[in-house]
Design a protein around this ligand. Structure first.
Ligand SMILES: N[C@@H](CCC(=O)NCCCC(=O)O)C(=O)O
Length: 257
């Protein structure tokens, strides 16, 4: 049986009455069914009470990207600029979910907003508009950029730490990535190890130092280019193998008490 992969949802108002919905991009469903080799399970932003009930049923967890931003209250940051999208229901679900998943050793792949949530969940902080910081690139893609291939195209290089998982997958230490974010890691959480950097020093890849299993995050979007990018595909496949191993262990008969 294929591993069950939890996919974090956002709360989004859509439909003719703009009522709240729990939603995740189809790209995460497709990569889960594709290179990850699992079965996607959408996780509603239903709060911390969901965590102990759902975690034991999962074999892996993907923290998805989103245009919304982690509420600064969770990292003692300044209030967002007026109009910055937030999703407190998602934060209130994913931050405890990440801590519990890491503690349990469940395979975790954190992408973009999910990468930022991983850092905040483990005690780090975020810069809210890195393009406004001296010497930093603009890592964002205009939200009015309707032409998908431009929005998700390669935007800059990432230098990888020698010997890191991504450098091992790539076979070298410099990879091109897409870039669709305004925020970025400011204070790196103590349990995270940076393993990839943009030319302006923005942290783009991390590993959980003491995780007992696969626990990685990337600021870019491997789900957008895995069909043409071997590093993105390799990261997703490595996560899938970790989830498959977790699922096999979960199905072993429990030793008699
Ligand atoms: N909102 C955060 C995280 C950015 C992010 O997850 N971007 C993906 C957006 C989805 C898309 O446009 O395809 C930030 O701005 O840093």
């Amino acid at each position: 049986m294929k591993p069950l992969i939890g996919i974090s949802c956002c709360v989004k108002a859509f439909g003719i009455f703009a009522t709240p919905n729990h939603a995740a991009s189809d790209s995460y469903v497709r990569v889960t069914l594709g290179p990850v080799g699992g079965i996607p399970v959408l996780l509603p932003a239903a709060g911390e009470a969901l965590v102990p009930e759902i975690l034991p049923r999962l074999d892996g967890l993907i923290l998805t990207g989103s245009r919304s931003n982690v509420c600064p209250d969770f990292y003692e940051g300044p209030p967002h600029a007026e109009g910055t999208p937030e999703d407190i229901a998602r934060d209130s679900t994913t931050l405890p979910l990440i801590r519990a998943a890491i503690a349990a050793g469940l395979p975790v792949l954190a992408i973009c907003r999910g990468f930022q949530e991983l850092n905040v969940a483990l005690g780090g902080s975020l810069d809210q508009r890195i393009q406004d910081l001296p010497g930093r690139l603009d890592h964002s893609t205009p939200s009015d950029q309707k032409y998908g291939p431009i929005r998700t195209a390669k935007a800059h290089g990432v230098r990888l730490a020698p010997g890191s998982l991504l450098a091992t997958i790539a076979g070298h230490c410099e990879v091109p990535v897409n870039s669709l974010h305004n925020q970025g890691i400011a204070r790196l959480a103590p349990r995270l190890v940076a393993e990839g950097w943009a030319p302006d020093g923005t942290i783009e890849a991390v590993r959980v130092r003491d995780a007992s299993g696969f626990a990685y995050g990337v600021q870019w979007h491997p789900e957008y280019d895995w069909e043409t990018d071997a590093v993105s595909r390799g990261l997703l496949e490595n996560f899938g193998r970790a989830a498959e191993a977790w699922a096999a262990r979960r199905r072993l008969p429990q030793a008699a008490e």
